[in-house]
Unconditional design. Sequence first.
Length: 138
Amino acid sequence: MKEIFIDVKLTNYADIEDAERGFIKKEDVRSVSIKGKLDTGSAVLVIPEWIAEKLGLRKIKEIMVEYANGSKEIRPLMSIVEVEINGRIAHTTPVIGSNDKILINGHIIEDMDFIIETIDGKVKTRHPDVDLPVAIID
């Protein structure tokens, strides 16, 4: 599969909550819009340290990550971010990567009820007849 990059907006979820409670102004909510690489093999959202700093995320704990090449490393797991792609939203705790890449994991795409067209690399709604994500429950 070719590399697919998609536009993503990342927002500090604690800021969103603080703005809703009136603790900060809505315009003070920290966010960043950037292109990220879709990585369906990744189990977590991976962001560079500079984005975590810009968003004001805090470290929750450290976790062990295993890379595709089999190597392992301890990396920081950060506080919740809101992830927005094509107007749909998901929430997750990102890991700080060891480089400057943003890797958008497949779980986020699934939570938003998107599919990726591998031929043209476009993000499309799995259920175009519904304007909301559809959760499959067994």
